[in-house]
Design a protein around this ligand. Structure first.
Ligand SMILES: [Fe+2]
Ligand SMILES: [Fe+2]
Length: 157
């Protein structure tokens, strides 16, 4: 599978996963409001489960920043604004992962988790809208270069 295809597939997977996780979090919050319970044993599991995906997301961002984006930049300067915004979003998302680690320790992670999930799903959806037209302008040779660089970074495609 090509790198661009694999990135897109990961967007679809994370979007579906976030949708389920968001629903589970909102259900817990609703139940908490209805029953006035301040703690719920399932929250740490949901948070821990999502924290497990951090390494995979970090590699995904790395492949975009070090394999895909440099090639898109070389094709047209007009891609720069969109790429800079996406890199800024990667930074914010990683900061929110750190905040989630911290919130897990202090015992109040659900709002932090929901905030992170919203940012990450908006980011993945934005890339899914942007990528097709950006990738369409790439030559076979440029796509091959992206694949080679992604492999060098340890991205199994
Ligand atoms: Fe991204
Ligand atoms: Fe992405």
């Amino acid at each position: 599978m090509s790198t661009t295809r694999a990135l897109s597939k990961e967007h679809q997977t994370i979007l579906a996963r976030i949708q389920l996780l968001e629903r589970a979090c909102l259900d817990l919050l609703k139940r908490r409001t209805l029953t006035s319970r301040t703690d719920d044993g399932k929250i740490p599991d949901l948070v821990e489960d999502f924290l497990q995906s951090k390494l995979g997301i970090m590699l995904h961002f790395k492949v975009e920043e070090e394999a895909l984006f440099p090639t898109l930049r070389s094709v047209s300067e007009s891609n720069e604004t969109a790429i800079s915004a996406l890199i800024g979003e990667h930074k914010t998302i990683m900061q929110k992962f750190s905040a989630l680690h911290h919130a897990k320790e202090t015992g109040t992670p659900i709002d932090v988790l929901l905030d992170l999930l919203r940012d990450l799903s908006a980011h993945a959806a934005r890339e899914e809208r942007l990528y097709p037209s950006l990738i369409q302008s790439l030559t076979e040779e440029q796509l091959k270069r992206i694949d080679d660089e992604a492999k060098r970074l340890g991205y199994a495609v």
